[in-house]
Design a protein around this ligand. Structure first.
Ligand code: FES
Length: 129
């Protein structure tokens, strides 16, 4: 297995979703205690009937190349999804898009999932769902 697929390198060098969302509906902050990397996910949420739809997602990461590529892809994958659908986006879905993630880097994907979950919880807390 290649350590960095071409797609991972491309995402790492040219992330599309890097940055903050002004007036974010929810912000999730996580740290990986193993490697010390930090990740923050910002969500813009729109209520449609009884459901919340993620309209936009951005990230800031102080971490490895995989963490940056993965969080960028994660933001793309959750846009347009409900919270339930977004929380099902896993390491396999991300790998399908950006190429194989070495086992030693799977925790980078888990960090993105944890940041997303925290951002959704932050939204729920703010809106008391
Ligand atoms: Fe820590 Fe990738 S090595 S998130």
């Amino acid at each position: 297995m290649e350590y960095y697929s071409k797609k991972i390198i491309n995402r790492f060098m040219h992330p599309k979703n890097l940055g903050k969302i002004k007036d974010a509906s929810g912000i999730g902050d996580t740290t990986n205690l193993r490697c010390g990397d930090l990740m923050k996910i910002y969500l813009k949420v729109e209520k449609r009937g009884d459901e919340e739809i993620i309209k936009d997602a951005k990230f800031e990461t102080f971490g490895c190349g995989h963490a940056i590529a993965i969080s960028d892809m994660m933001c793309d994958l959750v846009k347009g999804k409900t919270f339930t659908e977004a929380l099902k986006v896993g390491y396999e879905d991300i790998a399908e898009e950006i190429g194989p993630i070495p086992p030693v880097k799977v925790h980078c994907a888990k960090l993105a999932q944890a940041a997303l979950k925290a951002a959704i919880e932050d939204y729920k807390e703010k809106t008391k769902l």
